[in-house]
Design a binder for this molecule. Sequence first.
Ligand SMILES: Cc1ncc(COP(=O)(O)O)c(C=O)c1O
Length: 385
Amino acid sequence: MTATVPSGYDPLASAGDPADAAPEPLIRMAAPVTGEEEVDAVREVLASGILTNGPFTRQFESAMASLQGTEHAVAFANGTVALSAMYLASGIGPGDEVIVPSLTFISTATSVLHAQATPVFADIRPDTLNLDPDDVVRRITPRTRAIVPVHYGGQAAELDRFREIADDAGVLLLEDAAQAHGATFRGRPVGSWGRAGMFSFTPTKNITTGEGSVVTTDDDELAQHLRLLRNHGITRQYHHELVGWNWRLSEMQAAIGCVQVSRLAGILEIKRANAEVMRGLLEGIDGVTPPEVPAECEHPYMLYTVQLDPERRDDVSRALTAAGIENRIYFPPAHRQPIFAHLPDPHLPATDAAAGRILSLPFHSRLREEDLAFIAEVLEGALTA
Ligand SMILES: Cc1ncc(COP(=O)(O)O)c(C=O)c1O
């Protein structure tokens, strides 16, 4: 049996996307790195007969905890439920406000709703596209319970400032590190700065289990609470201490995850070298701003998002698509989505401006220098046309 779905297929982005009608791109946004090692790992699971809640889940959790520098990592079926679990286990509930960016995937905010709390959108910095600490301070109220920076494209938000702001206000710092495996801020891994952090493993990420996630934390009680929420509150067989869900990761996915974690350093090395090449190529082109990388950040380049003149951005996007280069607006702001239309406008000028300027280019680790040169050439052609 052969797979017919192209590698890098992203279910998050494709439902009803007009790009579905476009011809098959030559250069896709994502290309997961998987091989015989993953096949062998899945085979080993199948041969063992333990398909869920087994040794590979524990091994994957321990590999992620050690990668991100935390005591615990608790695996979940996907990042969206992991965010809900992280919010719920942190005691967030009705009447609470949680400060989140709007330039993010929708579930940073909708998981707050799943916890029956209220997402409060804050603005971003125009250069890094990460949450703006000063704007976060302005939005803190007596109801604020947590601040959730998203590490946009994988690049760390200003975690030292957010920790200070959260401590001063007596609220929690929780990280949405969905895109940020292996990223550091001031040399310390993301996911270890706040009470907890969430990492997703969908196929567009630098490492993938198809679907899956972990929540990292140093807090023993929080880790135990997360495990209970994941598995129906079971403390022993058919004994339920709290109302939970089935949010477990399968052993097949965990086994793939163990191999993927071992691949990450190599993938990041290629991506960081490619980022140097790409910066060199784009620096010579008028009208395009490559990603801003502050000295404190080691960027994992899950995304490579450039900023363009808003008058030209859509032309550039169309030219890239016509040349077979997939490209995407990561993300249309959450606060502009129909599900939030009933809320007062949070007034996010930097987010709204960025929404017209950003364009994410393919940047997976299988790209060669000639692919990068082709992307830059088409981009330059569109800007000078
Ligand atoms: C910033 C961010 N938060 C949350 C999620 C949700 O993760 P998942 O798709 O695994 O549910 C994603 C997924 O892409 C994401 O990019």
